[in-house]
Design a protein around this ligand. Structure first.
Ligand code: NAD
Length: 269
């Protein structure tokens, strides 16, 4: 089996994807927290991606990388994103390319389009980026870095702008961009294995009512979502009318992120 390095493997998405990915890859599970309950073809690597020597060592002998690790939060300050999201992503791209890896799947986010207001029937796939936070801004950087490496090397890159990957659908906004783990795994495997991939941007969403993304490029690459968001509502699901008009962000792609004031970079400097 080829070896796949998964960063941020102890997190929500990494934990949910492991059972699907280890059917096709030997997994090297990297996180700064310990990863639990290793299967036969999984190994764990504990360390921090902000350490370039550790990143180089982590990439030795890998065939592909799934980069999930990042610092995030609605009100994260710019400075707190610089090392883990900018530097670490570049360390990883360079180390993967030097190690001879052929694929790099980057977990981006719908928050790169988060600042747009949602209109009935409008879909946002092709809109220019409008990041809603310093978190989302760092995802735009990661996407651009992937584009650079895919043009300058043999490393093919695949960006998945993930919608919402919680186990259940919490509210009416997330209903329009939710993904099951099974569908997200299908998409990641397309990114890792499809022969046509050089540099792609797709959306990590299942079948959603009033979908915010039509995801035509993913479908053209063979993506066929198996799950319907409307069949996975949380017990305390909030309808659109039950969501508060302001702070809940019900009218923005990025939800509450779009309404939080950006912390001053001048005052942090
Ligand atoms: N969960 C979602 O609904 C969602 C939606 C959109 C995008 N995403 C993206 O998917 C990815 C995974 O999300 P998640 O929900 O699993 O996040 P998470 O916070 O649950 O997991 C992230 C993991 O990365 C690790 N990590 C962070 N910085 C690290 C570093 N410098 N070195 C080593 N490990 C580090 C953390 O310890 C954590 O286990 C993220 O990039 C996130 O932006 C997730």
């Amino acid at each position: 089996m080829p070896t796949l390095l998964v960063t941020g493997a102890a997190g929500i998405v990494g934990t949910a994807l492991r059972p699907y990915l280890r059917e096709r890859f030997s997994l090297r599970l990297l996180d700064r927290r310990p990863v639990s309950e290793l299967a036969a073809n999984e190994t764990a690597l504990v360390g921090d991606l902000t350490d370039p020597a550790f990143v180089r060592q982590a990439c030795e002998g890998v065939d592909a990388v799934l980069h999930l690790a990042c610092a995030h939060g609605t009100d994260i300050q710019f400075q707190a994103t610089v090392e883990p999201n900018y530097h670490a992503t570049l360390y990883l791209l360079e180390a993967a390319q030097r190690a001879g890896a052929r694929r790099f799947v980057f977990a981006s986010s719908h928050h790169v389009l988060g600042q747009y207001r949602t209109q009935a029937g409008e879909q946002f796939d092709e809109h220019p980026v409008a990041p809603d936070s310093y978190y989302a801004l760092s995802k735009v950087f990661g996407e651009a870095a992937c584009a650079t490496f895919s043009q300058r090397s043999e490393l093919a890159t695949f960006i998945v702008r993930i919608g919402n990957a919680d186990a259940k659908v919490a509210d009416a906004r997330r209903l329009r961009l939710w993904t099951s783990a099974r569908d997200l795994a299908q998409l990641v495997l397309i990114g890792l294995e499809h022969p046509e991939v050089r540099h792609e941007i797709v959306y990590g969403v299942s079948e959603c009512p009033q979908a915010l993304f039509h995801n035509n490029r993913a479908r053209a690459l063979g993506y066929r979502p198996q799950d319907h968001a409307a069949e996975h509502l949380a017990d305390n699901f909030l309808t659109y009318d039950a969501m508060a008009p302001g702070g809940s962000g019900r009218d923005h792609v990025g939800g509450a992120y779009a309404g939080v004031a950006l912390a001053s970079v001048l005052e942090q400097a």
